[in-house]
Design a protein around this ligand. Structure first.
Ligand SMILES: NC(=O)c1ccc[n+]([C@@H]2O[C@H](COP(=O)([O-])OP(=O)(O)OC[C@H]3O[C@@H](n4cnc5c(N)ncnc54)[C@H](O)[C@@H]3O)[C@@H](O)[C@H]2O)c1
Length: 318
């Protein structure tokens, strides 16, 4: 297939690209960032701004993708620092992608939604369909993006699909999400021996290990359309408190000093998100099944972060 990935220089895209290349797809990237050194050779890299409609149209027109993975976004914490930019990138950008897909007849558009699309005050296991009243600009733009995609599906017959990702963990550099505290416990814990998390110990939101998230992306794209009863799906695997994450790291990194110095604005964002998601619809419609729980993820992630530190790769700054 011909595949266009927007925002592929980020945490998800960096791990997704090699998989797509391995599977033999012809991959084009559209990202405001420059082509990174480790990008697989066959990938065509287009540097551009997703808010610029002509640039997006040109990239889609030139690459004529069968499938667009639309990942480009400004995440929650950065979005609160610059809400106007988040609005433009996340909402105007999504509109540009959908419109390009309509004009140049892209078969399918995948949308990376988020637990942040929900708002506060929901039950502990949040169902796939419930009133969504997010209180962050990131959440507002993501729920609007879901609805825009559904509009394009209804009005123009676009095959629009998406998942609501939990906070994602991998050995890469996170992109400014409020869930980043969990990953920093592993990375900073191993790199410096200590980390003070910006949340309360009892903070609890859904998380997922990146290999599961990537599998979800690929499996949903391959699912027969007639089996799908909706366009956007909750997916879930790990729901643990920050203290439980800290304990998982402590059990594997002797002597590590993990503490909590909550930043009220960031804790308030975490409080506005679900604690756990109900992903029954994804399981029933396209067989979604996570492989990693907190223990299995911690074993694998620690080995990967250690390997990166040995290679002396640049570490993320909390
Ligand atoms: N990482 C998570 O924990 C998480 C959780 C839920 C949902 N998501 C969603 O998954 C997607 C990918 O997330 P990520 O963690 O890789 O994000 P990231 O911040 O690491 O990467 C975002 C990418 O978008 C690009 N980008 C930003 N502004 C742009 C612009 N104006 N034009 C073109 N490209 C631009 C950046 O250069 C970057 O490569 C996003 O849509 C995000 O909302 C991520």
């Amino acid at each position: 297939m011909k595949i266009l990935v927007t925002g592929a220089a980020g945490q998800v895209g960096t791990d997704l690209l090699p998989l797509l290349v391995e599977q033999g797809h012809e991959v084009t990237v559209f990202d405001i960032a420059r082509r990174p050194a480790g990008c697989p050779e066959p990938v065509t890299w287009v540097q551009g701004d997703i808010t610029g409609r002509p640039e997006v149209f040109d990239a889609v027109k030139a690459s004529r993708p069968d499938l667009i993975y639309h990942l480009a976004a400004i995440l929650s914490a950065r979005g609160e620092d610059m809400p106007h930019v988040a609005y433009r990138v996340n909402l105007d950008g999504t509109m540009n992608v959908l419109e390009a897909a309509r004009l140049f007849e892209t078969g399918q558009v995948f949308f990376a939604s988020t637990i942040a699309a929900f708002g506060p005050g929901l039950p502990d296991l949040v169902p796939n369909e419930i009133s969504m009243r997010p209180t962050t600009m990131y959440g507002v733009t993501k729920v609007a993006g879901e609805l825009l995609g559904e509009y394009y599906a209804r009005k123009f017959g676009l095959d629009f699909r998406g998942v609501r990702f939990p906070g994602l963990l991998n050995a890469g550099i996170p992109g400014g999400g409020t869930s980043d505290y969990a990953l920093f416990m592993y990375v900073e814990g191993l790199r410096t021996g200590s980390y003070a998390a910006f949340c309360e110990p009892h903070a609890m939101i859904p998380f997922m290990y990146m290999p599961d998230a990537l599998r979800a992306i690929l499996e949903l794209a391959e699912a027969p359309r007639e089996k799908l009863t909706r366009h956007v799906y909750n997916i879930a695997s790990i729901s643990a408190t920050a203290e439980e994450f800290a304990d998982a790291v402590r059990a594997r990194v002797p002597g590590v000093d993990l503490t909590f110095e909550p930043v009220p604005e960031l804790q308030a964002i975490l409080d506005s998100w679900p604690r756990a998601l109900d992903d029954t619809a994804a399981r029933e419609d396209w067989g979604w099944q996570p492989e990693y729980d907190l223990e299995a993820m911690s074993d694998d992630l620690i080995a990967k972060v250690k390997a990166l530190l040995v290679e002396d790769a640049p570490a993320p700054t909390p």
